[in-house]
Write a new protein. Structure first.
Length: 132
């Protein structure tokens, strides 16, 4: 995948968000961005819900976090603070994120990579982008 200079990369799993800015010219060079506040308190996912029949409260919490990340990215896209975007997320998290994308955010998405790369080095993430 070709990543333009200035593009933002969001790396997400069910409980962690790390963001980068591509400062490279003709290559991918990721510089960390401050992690924005993601408040999943009160965020309701449209996905799975914990119950006696489906007791997986961890999945419910992860879905809520993904919905909160999507809300934060949507707000940045709508306010003009977000340009080109690549999202790298664990496959289940990526599916939940997609349920919440706003049209303005979808227009900024250059690509999605379904891999759990949270905790990886920027160089490892850059390699995954180049091979996507």
């Amino acid at each position: 995948m070709i990543l333009p200079t200035g593009a933002t990369v969001a790396v997400v799993d069910g409980g962690k968000l790390v963001m980068f800015h591509n400062t490279g010219h003709e290559t991918v060079k990721l510089s960390p961005l401050p992690t924005p506040d993601v408040d999943s308190t009160g965020v309701v996912s449209r996905g799975h819900h914990a119950s006696i029949a489906n007791p997986d409260s961890d999945a419910h919490g992860e879905d809520g976090f993904a919905a909160a990340v999507a809300a934060m990215l949507n707000a940045q896209a709508l306010s003009g603070k977000l340009g080109d975007l690549v999202v790298i997320a664990a496959p289940r998290t990526l599916g939940e994120l997609r349920k919440h994308w706003h049209k303005a955010l979808q227009a900024k998405l250059l690509g999605e990579i379904a891999k759990d790369l949270t905790g990886q080095t920027p160089d490892h993430i850059a390699t995954a982008i180049l091979h996507a």
